[in-house]
Design a protein around this ligand. Structure first.
Ligand SMILES: C[S@@+](CC[C@H](N)C(=O)[O-])C[C@H]1O[C@@H](n2cnc3c(N)ncnc32)[C@H](O)[C@@H]1O
Length: 214
């Protein structure tokens, strides 16, 4: 995995920041098979959406609706939602996320071809992640000086077409912490049919939890 850091002036039009533009030029080859659910006025991808009707995009849907209704399999996605409520109000006329980014990612992940890309922008390095079939291949940190947060760009390749485990799937409770003197009641045995390990979804998630902890 390649990690680079550089400095550039901040810009609410993310894709006009020079090192970001350069990175996009390396990955986005055939624009007509790339989607951009939060495009603003960018035309780097051809299939563009923005909830703000003033933006020059093909669609003006909430990103979740867009991700559910868009038909086809795509080469890549540019995932650049507003990073904070402050940014939403200051830069994007009050238009912000209406649903969790994770459920939008769940939908989009299913529509990216194996070997395709997800390029995510924000203040964290989570990206689409292993559970949706992606592997990080490149990270770019763009520092902006002063008290600005860096823009973190995560480039991921789709390596597996396994159907993603949706965010709505039940997960195992976090292990409890015990202190000296606490009364401990034994939990159900794995041999017991009601034990969580017998539930198919939970089994799947415990594997994911194990993977995540490795
Ligand atoms: C960070 S900007 C994208 C900037 C763009 N990548 C560029 O380089 O110019 C985020 C965009 O998401 C749009 N947006 C906010 N909430 C949205 C939503 N729920 N669905 C779709 N678009 C939304 C905003 O209107 C804004 O234009």
């Amino acid at each position: 995995m390649m990690i680079n850091r550089c400095w550039a002036m901040p810009n609410h039009k993310t894709f006009e920041i020079k090192p970001i533009k350069d990175l996009l030029n390396r990955f986005v080859k055939n624009r007509s098979v790339w989607i951009d659910p939060f495009a603003n006025n960018s035309s780097i991808a051809k299939i563009t959406n923005d909830i703000n009707p003033k933006c020059k995009t093909k669609y003006h849907l909430d990103a979740y609706e867009f991700s559910k209704t868009i038909k086809g399999m795509f080469e890549g996605v540019l995932f650049d939602p507003p990073y904070s409520v402050h940014q939403t109000n200051q830069m994007y006329e009050g238009y912000g996320l209406r649903k969790q980014a994770s459920i939008i990612m769940d939908e989009i992940a299913k529509k990216i071809k194996k070997g395709g890309y997800a390029i995510s922008f924000g203040w964290n390095s989570n990206g689409f992640g292993k559970k949706r079939g992606f592997m990080i291949i490149e990270i770019l940190l763009v520092a902006h000086g002063g008290s600005h947060n860096d823009t973190i760009i995560i480039v991921e390749k789709k390596v597996s077409t396994a159907s993603p485990i949706t965010s709505a799937t039940p997960t195992l409770a976090e292990p409890k912490e015990f202190n000296m003197g606490d009364k401990v009641t034994p939990s159900a045995s794995p041999k017991d049919a009601s034990h969580p390990s017998h539930h198919p979804n939970i089994k799947l998630n415990s594997q994911v939890l194990l993977q995540a902890r490795q």
